[in-house]
Design a protein around this ligand. Structure first.
Ligand code: C2O
Ligand code: CU
Ligand code: CU
Length: 481
């Protein structure tokens, strides 16, 4: 694990030091611990939230700091963070820092990383993020319900040098199944949905509300961090009248490029950082369309609404769009060990479940988890269990290539904990723009090849992030030892 041991000084301490730079340099080794420790605290509890604005009554949710989404946590690359989680729910929970390369003990998987944080207890997560970028956090316990009832938030790891944009904006997108009385429709873990596309809702919120217009200004350059925090809904966003440039995928910088066909494909748990130059005229209004499900199911997520203010800038700012690289270890393909991983099951899955090592068990919600999916013939259900044998043991320090085949008729955002994977090819074609990902979206029948250096010891989850699929068996463990 390439944990950054070099110590950097926080921006705040730089500002404080002002002109006394020589003094700063001299003091650096002593100032760091006090100034740089990112100390944060969040509390999980029941809350009420006006998800639809005033259209429907407030919704009973489970939330971090009583907000949906939870507070956007900002920590700094290469600086230690301590995040204390207090549990005021009436059931055990954990927090998983999705996409972060951190030690296994901080990964938030019950039984494997840590015991549940029981009601009334707290747990302090400490880690030093090696990579800057857009991440998010959510429970890894009773995941369908805890995530589905509102427990999630965005985690931003700031670059050492700020990226030059006029505004840095986060859109945390969530999907809810709401009844007319504003309540969340029960019935999480429906067996039929688990074998199909999962629990797709009827209400998409942006930063916790059904969105109105998003105010923008002509001429400004925006970094927009998109996070899909939905249980199951896949999104494909188009920005009418604009040409967004993708600068990072799932936290990791890529070669800046325009999305294929102008659509930004975002499966559950996936993030995309865009840079958008706001080139509309004052008072213009442009739709942001999600047309993943086509036809009737296409909807306008929101609109970019320009103020009447004139251009704040005549030309686009200087400086490239490329984000500074993260210190990811480059896999050595020549010596890499190759592994095949096959996803099977689901409705129309073609006899997939023969050979399933079916591990059914009662989940915290009291329902039996059903094994509807499998990975190489084994189904691991729920949220993570002790004693589950790893699918593969990967030699530590070595490069590995995973060839993952989706033999099912369904889409799957496949997520690997504790590492970022270099995406080499999809269906035999090289993947452009140097993409690294912790979550890779598979269309039905897709085959993706990805590579990484197994530098982070532990038992790491590999699972689909459609929560119904995860808890119904599309999950396994890869051991790095
Ligand atoms: Cu975001 Cu194991 O998950
Ligand atoms: Cu994760
Ligand atoms: Cu899936």
């Amino acid at each position: 694990m390439p944990i950054q041991t070099s110590i950097s000084v926080s921006r705040r301490s730089v500002l404080l030091a002002g002109a006394g730079l020589a003094f700063m340099q001299a003091m650096r080794p002593y100032m760091v611990n006090a100034a740089a420790l990112n100390e944060l605290r969040i509390t999980a509890s029941p809350a009420r939230s006006a998800l639809t604005g005033s259209t429907r009554p407030e919704t009973d949710v489970w939330a971090y700091d009583s907000q949906v989404p939870g507070p956007t946590l900002r920590i700094r690359q290469g600086e230690p963070a301590r995040i204390t989680v207090a549990n005021k729910l009436d059931q055990g929970t954990t927090v998983h820092w999705h996409g972060m390369r951190l030690p296994i003990a901080m990964d938030g998987v019950p039984s494997i990383s840590q015991p549940l944080i029981e009601p009334g207890e707290t747990f302090t997560y400490t880690f030093t993020p090696p990579d800057a970028g857009t991440y998010w956090y959510h429970p890894h316990a009773n995941s369908l319900q805890q995530l589905g009832r509102g427990l999630s938030g965005v985690l931003i790891v700031e670059e050492r040098e700020p990226v030059s944009v006029d505004r840095d904006i986060v859109w945390m997108l969530s999907d809810w199944r709401l009844a007319t009385d504003g309540g969340i429709v029960p019935g999480f873990g429906n067996a039929m949905e688990a074998e199909m596309s999962g629990r797709i809702g009827n209400t998409v919120t942006l930063n916790g509300v059904v969105p109105d217009d998003q105010p923008v200004q002509s001429g400004e350059r925006i970094r927009l961090r998109l996070v899909n925090g939905a249980l199951a809904r896949i999104m494909a966003l188009r920005f009418e009248g604009h040409r967004p440039v993708i600068v990072a995928i799932n936290g990791q910088p890529c070669e800046p490029h325009e999305p294929e066909g102008g659509r930004i494909l975002l499966g559950p748990a996936m993030r995309t950082d865009l840079i958008i130059d706001m080139q509309g005229e004052p008072n213009g209004r442009f739709a942001v369309i999600d047309d993943f499900y086509k036809g009737d199911l296409t909807y306008a997520l929101t609109h970019l609404a320009y103020s009447s203010a004139p251009h704040s800038r005549k030309s686009t700012p200087d400086g490239g769009l490329r984000l500074p690289a993260n210190p990811l270890p480059e896999p050595d393909l020549a010596t890499a060990k190759r592994h095949d991983i096959t996803l099977q099951g689901g409705m129309m899955g073609g006899g997939a479940l023969k050979g399933v090592g079916g591990m059914s068990r009662m989940s915290m919600s009291g329902q039996a988890d059903i094994a509807a999916w499998s990975i190489n013939g084994m189904s691991m259900t729920g949220d993570g269990q002790a004693g589950m044998p790893p699918l593969l043991t990967l030699q530590r320090g070595r490069s590995h290539v995973l060839t993952i085949r989706n033999e099912t008729a369904w889409w799957h955002p496949m997520h690997f904990h504790g590492h970022s994977l270099k995406v080499l090819s999809r269906n035999g074609l090289p993947v452009p723009h140097h993409q690294w990902s912790d979550t890779i979206l598979f269309a039905p029948k897709d085959t993706v090849e990805c590579a990484f250096v197994a530098d982070n010891p532990g038992d790491w989850m590999l699972h689909c992030h459609v929560m119904d699929h995860q808890v119904a068996g599309l999950m396994t463990i890869l051991r790095v030892a």
